[in-house]
Design a protein around this ligand. Sequence first.
Ligand SMILES: Nc1ncnc2c1ncn2[C@@H]1O[C@H](COP(=O)(O)OP(=O)(O)OP(=O)(O)O)[C@@H](O)[C@H]1O
Ligand code: SF4
Ligand SMILES: [Mg+2]
Length: 343
Amino acid sequence: MTVQPTPASATPEGGHLLELRDLHVEFRTNEGVARVINGVSYHLDAGETLAVLGESGSGKSVTAQAIMGILDTPPAFVRSGQILYKGEDLLTRPEEQRRQVRGKEIAMIFQDALSALNPVFPVGWQIGETLRQRAGMSRADARRRAIELMDLVKIPGAAKRIGDYPHQFSGGMRQRVMIAMALALDPKVLIADEPTTALDVTVQAQIMDLLADLRRELNMAMILITHDLGVVAGVADRIAVMYAGRIVEHADVRSIYKAPAHPYTKGLLESIPRLDVRGQELSTIKGLPPNLMRIPSGCPFHPRCPYVQQVCVDEFPHDLVLGDGRTSACHFAQEVRDDSVAR
Ligand SMILES: Nc1ncnc2c1ncn2[C@@H]1O[C@H](COP(=O)(O)OP(=O)(O)OP(=O)(O)O)[C@@H](O)[C@H]1O
Ligand code: SF4
Ligand SMILES: [Mg+2]
């Protein structure tokens, strides 16, 4: 079977557009085996935005690279799991078919986007290159489409700026160019990996607004990877919180903000300033993420968790499904949620 390009809404009956099932990825290095992704499961439907959130090193980018089929192998190896796109497991597809999916079906804006532009070519040429190579467009058509794409991402005076070089654009405008390149082949899923990290706060907000607008206009599904819970509120439908290569809490945005059901999510929320609460005390999560070559026993979060009990040290917490369809990988998910409501 091959993965044929189909409309965004075309998902297998009852299935999701994209679904990760129990994905495990490890890095085999001279120092040992790092278990980087440890059973990640999440899904995405047409037109919706899932925010994937977690501290540095939690495995957000590696998961995205696995979806794109661009893991650095070796040292990275997918140990087990499935990545279903329109019901077909991409992990079992030959490289040629994965290449077809990349960019055309699922595109990615990379974390180091600003350095990904080639300094010696005009931005319009770089956008057009994808169109010429992948969509077989003529130079003239690719140029026309590049201007349209620059317009789409709201670069002022696109037609005049198409011959400008990357250094002639501000950081925010360069990020818009990267978004235009990702959209060139009209993907159904856009993975945005920390798209605003290198930008100042005002520009960050503008880029997030742009991504939200584009998602609506193009009916694209989006995975928004970030370590900043503050930026996702107005953009995402659901949030998957990652810790040590696993989704520890998964819920719709409103529920998570109202009452987190995992101590790690609660810690993340308490460490961001809230405009609606006066005189709040901000806290940080104590300790550091674990060494992925020596993940703690039981619950990997236990050395840092304010709710820890002996059972957390002894027993691995499987996903607990809460009443409203949320999941939390915590032995005390209900108690943590109730405690969050009470505060
Ligand atoms: N090439 C590699 N070799 C060995 N380990 C790697 C390699 N690439 C990533 N890792 C490890 O995989 C883990 C997850 O990395 P990943 O880049 O997915 O984190 P992240 O959640 O995206 O973090 P950040 O917020 O910093 O981008 C990290 O512990 C990292 O050290
Ligand atoms: S299982 Fe225990 S250690 Fe882990 S998050 Fe829940 S309370 Fe904390
Ligand atoms: Mg990353």
